[in-house]
Structure formats: C-alpha cells, structure tokens
Write a protein that binds this ligand. Sequence first.
Ligand SMILES: [Fe+2]
Ligand SMILES: [Fe+2]
Length: 306
Amino acid sequence: MTHLEASEYDLLLLDFEMPHLSGLEVTTLVREKFSSHELPIIIITGSQNIENRNQVLSGGANDYVNKPIDPVEVALRVKNLLSISESYKLQRRLNDELELRVAQRTAELERFTESLINRLSMAGELRDNETGQHVIRVGQYARVLAEEIGLPSELVYMIEKTAPMHDIGKIGIPDSILHKQGRLTEEEREVMNGHTLYGSQLLGDDPSMLIQMAQSIAASHHEKWDGSGYCKGLSGESIPIEGRITAIADVFDALTMERPYKKPWPLDDAIKYISDEAGTSFDPTLVEVFNKNIDRFLAVKEKYSD
Ligand SMILES: [Fe+2]
Ligand SMILES: [Fe+2]
C-alpha cells in the first residue's frame, strides 16, 4: 500500500487468482485508500462462474475480463476506464482550486469587515475623547457575558464585533455639547442622549446581520431594566439581549478606566455599583453572570489596557 501511495498508478490490472493475496483481497485493501475513480481496477479471471464475477464487481473492481484475454478488448476497457478517471481527476482539481479561491476571498472579506467595524467604532469614540482600546474592551467584555449566558457562538461573535459600535451616533453630536466641560443642561442632555437615535439611523435598514446587530446595540445600550432608560424606554426582556449585555460592558469600562474628567474607580466600587444596579439599570441575570466572571473581565482589562 505504501508503494501504491508513493507511486502514481493510473490503473491496476489484477489476476483473480494470485499467490499470497487474491485479486479480490488486493481490491478490498486498495479501496480503503482509493476510490474507483481515483484508481480503477480491472480483474482478469479464468472463472466463468457468474458468482465470482459478481463478487469481483461488488468488491470494488471497476471491470473484469475473461481468460484467455483478447488484447484488443483489454486495451479498449483500459482506455475507457482511464478516460473516466482522468475527467474525474480534472474535475476534482478544478473543485479544489475553486474552493481554495473562495476560502481566500472569504478570509479577505472577513478581514475587511472586521477592520472597517473597528475603525468605524473608533470614529464615534475618538470624538468623545475615548481611546481605541475602550471600544475593543467593550467588545471583549460583551463577549464574556454573551458566552457565559450560553448564547450560540455565532451570536457571541456578532455581539463581540458590534458592541464596539455602541456610540457611533456620537458622530452626530455637536462639539459644544460633546466636549462641554462641566454639567450638561437638561436640553443638552436630551441632545446627547440622541446619539442612540443617530447611531440607529446611521446603521438602519441594512440586510447585513452584523449591521442589524450593530444597529440594535446602538439603539438599546442606554435602556434600563426598570424602563427608565432611553431611547425607547424599554424594560426587562423587551430590551434586546445584545443591548443589555453592552450596557454592563460599557458601564464597567467607563467606571474602571481613567477619563479626562475623572479618576478610575477602585475595582470593588465598580463591582458594587453594577451589583447594586441589578434589577434597576441592569438585567439581574447578567449581573449575576458578571459577578461570577470578574476574573475574565480583569483578564480583558489587563490585556487591552490603554
Ligand atoms: Fe452611549
Ligand atoms: Fe462607550
């Protein structure tokens, strides 16, 4: 068999009765490695017994010839089998090449999509004096929560990739409000809260599942479990799960990182704040999951520090 694998045989002609292994036994062994298209087998048999011939064909041989052999008949049968096998091999080579090209294109498209999402996410945050690391951390925290509540891996992936776009709507907020030192007036606060609507409009009505997920997160990441959030005032489980997840991820990062106007909160205070907000701001089940996975959150914080 190693000999067969090492050399390029196009076809095997075997005698039904051979010393050591019979033609049928060799056929059985060959068929474990090579299909009848890859390596056709013709068995030469002296037996006129129909049962023997059927055994040969059902055992994996492509064809048989009777002894005494007619050289012309053998040559014709060999030629037929070789041409079938050749076209099969050609087709397979074409398929392999096509698959490879499709895989390369898909990988390229995925890289492109990911880069574009990352850069677009940063566009919103850079206007808000955030670093690029903030959006990555939010994506990673969101992944931890999505994974730990047992969402399917496809959804986990989508949430991780699109949670970073939560504040993309800040592109539409005037500098005078976005960069205002000190407290916002009630009117300014209203305008600021509009970043959820801008984000949702910017990403709206797209057939791409990823963009739809991004839109849902942009619209719902400031909703609160008790219904006191914005932009729709949704409550409980009517807030999309991706929005509930991103809310915790975003607030945890905002609390624990330094911003131009504030020092980072001590970790215990941040954890306590999120725990206290279970059932008011945040989904209590998610807060529980958050508390059980603080170590995973800390690993993300460590890995993507500013
Ligand atoms: Fe936001
Ligand atoms: Fe944010």
